[in-house]
Design a protein around this ligand. Sequence first.
Ligand code: SF4
Length: 333
Amino acid sequence: MRIGLIDVDSRLPNLALMKISSYYKINGCTVEFVQTGKKYDMIYASTIFTRSKSDCLKLIDYYGDLIEIGGTGWDINKRLPDEIDAVNPDYDLYTADMIAPRINGISTKQRKIEKATEIVNAGIGFTSRGCIRNCPFCFVPIKEGKFRNVAEIKDLINPRSNVLILHDNNITADPYCIDKLHEIKDRRLIVDINQGCDVRLMTDEIAQALSEVKHLRSLHYAWDLMGFEEQVLSGISTLSKYIKNYRHMCFMLVGFNTTFEEDFYRFKKLDELGIRPYVMRYNEKHDDVRLNHFARWVNSFIHKAVPDFEDYEPWKKVKDSYNSQLSMFEGVR
Ligand code: SF4
């Protein structure tokens, strides 16, 4: 049997496709990413982002019954069958050349290849699924259910490297959080806690254990809703005792239920603390022009060169054109 795979939009190697690949290879099938002109007995596609739904519909139009689509961007209730979920991912599926073009930022081609090589050689997976919380904007509680442990750190190591990309949704809520961090340290792994940590649950013990492991990139967490200001700032203050603020990154959800003033307030607060803020638009929606400019101004560090958002040229142009349209209307009246 020949199995075709399509990775619609993942930025990192797609764990579900890697497991599907392993499963079918174990069962004697040929597995590869779909190539034009080749025939397949079955095709699996995976999508992370809901904005890719129209691409998925085109795939269904083209492949009909031959294709099965999964992933958060397609159907949050769909899960891998247990027998597929149980196998180790196929670490031979992706190459650095496939991942490099998906790395955002202004690095050189060479640097992107180096980063991509690090990523494809890394161990990748979950030691826990689900979450203890029920944030109204998040798909995890619906998709994964209650928090539970599913694997150990040792199960996720890729013998090719000491880098581990951990997809756990809420590592700080894990009763074994400190044990896992100690294991990461003892095994001399370099970890990317990919989904961030829940800074509201930060304790001195967790912060110290986090500070003792090597991180692949900055340690990140989120401040999504205004109601959590006190808990978030208190968690940051605990974490800051052990890890300097310039090594933190804080995601700020915008366009969900906060006003622009509240978005700006969070940005200011984090910036004053020396923490890198990163604006995340709810559901990747790009229909609010001011938020789009705000996200670019914050995320691309333009605020360092142009400290007043109102002076940021692309946003100024939008305002000027709006004001001139307004004055034309006033002239008509
Ligand atoms: S803590 Fe994070 S993973 Fe858990 S429900 Fe909230 S946003 Fe989702």
